[in-house]
Write a protein that binds this ligand. Structure first.
Ligand code: ZN
Length: 195
């Protein structure tokens, strides 16, 4: 697995490990956000999880993944791990990733996507209201971590791999579109504070 480009592996984990969990989570009434933790050494999966806000509004995909990670018996050092988030982490999750000691995170969708394609504007609203920051106004590279968008990794690949990854990207986006429609039509019945 070590020879696999990171872009390939991250998209595969989203499509095959996170999405099935999220499909189940959304069917119960949770949001569409998911995350996973992989080893840097061989890109193998340590844990994948999805949003579980119906149990606890703090169980965003990322924090729920961290919760599961800390429940594992034997854990690798977070410095040896990659943090994958389907959506650019909110300020709570970004801080959780920082406090857990990760030196990186990779996102598929952006905060703007969460607002525009998913009708979930809270990341950007919190950034503005609490921190006075415009979209993208936080430090994406800082003393704690460097953050990346998977779309940029895909753009940096060359054909034919790039075309394959773009097709996979489109497939993943279509799956999230369906899940988002399902969440939005069911959320009226939940009492998640920021639904
Ligand atoms: Zn979050």
């Amino acid at each position: 697995m070590t020879s696999q480009p990171l872009s390939v592996r991250l998209l595969d984990v989203i499509e095959h490990d996170i999405l099935p969990l999220t499909a189940r989570g959304v069917s119960l009434g949770n949001k569409v956000f998911g995350a996973a933790i992989l080893r840097k050494s061989d890109l193998s999966l340590v844990v994948a999880e999805t949003n579980n806000e119906l149990e606890n509004p703090l169980w965003h995909g990322e924090v729920h993944t961290l919760k599961r990670f800390y429940e594992l018996g034997e854990k690798p050092n977070t410095k040896d791990l990659i943090f994958l988030s389907t959506h650019e982490p909110c300020t709570m999750c970004m801080s959780a990733i920082t406090w857990a000691g990760f030196d990186n995170f990779y996102s598929f969708f952006s905060h703007e996507d969460s607002r525009d394609a998913f009708a979930i504007p809270h990341d950007l609203k919190i950034l503005k209201e609490v921190f006075g920051l415009e979209p993208g106004g936080y430090r994406r590279n800082n003393a704690f971590w460097n953050s990346y968008f998977i779309t940029d990794l895909v753009e940096a690949e060359e054909d034919p791999l790039k075309s394959t990854l773009k097709a996979q990207t489109a497939r993943i986006k279509a799956a999230y579109d369906d899940l988002s429609t399902s969440y939005q039509s069911s959320k009226g019945g939940n009492d998640i504070p920021l639904n």
